[in-house]
Design a protein around this ligand. Structure first.
Ligand SMILES: CC(C)(COP(=O)(O)OP(=O)(O)OC[C@H]1O[C@@H](n2cnc3c(N)ncnc32)[C@H](O)[C@@H]1OP(=O)(O)O)[C@@H](O)C(=O)NCCC(=O)NCCS
Length: 198
């Protein structure tokens, strides 16, 4: 039987079931709606994954449907009790870039505010890494605004190494915000070869 929630105020509430997945087919109307709701809530809470102002709903729906049909992108979603509450994307290198064919870019990772603090992003990140490895990639690269403390904690605690900083990485309103670049060798052999600082 599913355990009850730990919060005593929610004693009669069943603990929500977290799941993560790679989206392989078109999203159902309900899933697309939940993904757009989660995106909007995360943007309103401060974003951190690109969007700053709320796009209109039609644009958001077209954006997510667009991600799904792009061969270079892999879309992942996180769910709580089946409801999409976050996502992440992997961007594969272009076919002509043979020298970097082993590296993939992680972007747009977020969890909606109502679903945060339950280990979902760690679960999602772990699944993204395992999927990337299965797809033959050996390295994940990512970048993040320096102000995204939660995301920075997540990535550093998951073994990502900061390899550089950009003083003018993003603009939010009138503020220019610095950014950080991270990398992680997900292939154990490469990680061993690169040593502890890689
Ligand atoms: C970053 C984010 C994805 C974390 O999602 P989450 O599901 O709440 O995170 P989890 O519960 O899985 O926690 C994983 C780790 O993240 C870090 N973390 C999460 N929330 C945090 C907070 N409020 N303050 C500091 N660190 C935090 C911790 O290291 C945590 O590990 P711990 O629980 O062992 O301490 C979420 O806050 C978010 O969507 N932020 C806005 C979007 C963003 O910044 N994305 C990154 C773009 S590259």
């Amino acid at each position: 039987m599913r355990p009850m929630a730990e919060n005593p105020l929610q004693q009669n509430v069943l603990k929500p079931i977290p799941t993560v997945e790679l989206v392989m087919h078109a999203l159902s109307v309900g899933d697309l709606n939940d993904l757009c709701d989660s995106t909007e809530e995360a943007i309103k809470a401060g974003g951190g994954f690109g969007w700053i102002s709320l796009p209109n709903r039609d644009l958001l729906e077209r954006f997510w449907n667009g991600v799904l049909v792009m061969p270079a992108r892999m879309l992942f979603v996180a769910r709580l009790d089946g409801v999409i509450c976050g996502s992440a994307q992997l961007i594969k290198p272009p076919k002509n870039n043979e020298a970097q064919a082993f590296a993939v870019q992680l972007t747009g990772l977020f969890i909606a505010p109502w679903a945060r603090g339950q280990g979902l992003s760690r679960r999602l990140l772990d699944f993204v890494e395992k999927t990337a490895l299965k797809e033959g990639f050996k390295v994940i690269n990512l970048d993040v605004r320096e102000t995204q403390d939660a995301a920075i904690n997540l990535y550093e605690s998951a073994g990502y190494t900061c390899i550089g900083k950009h003083p003018a990485y993003a603009r939010v309103g009138e503020d220019i915000i610095a950014g950080r670049y991270y990398t992680k060798p997900i292939d154990p052999e490469l990680a061993h070869k690169l040593g502890p600082t890689a």
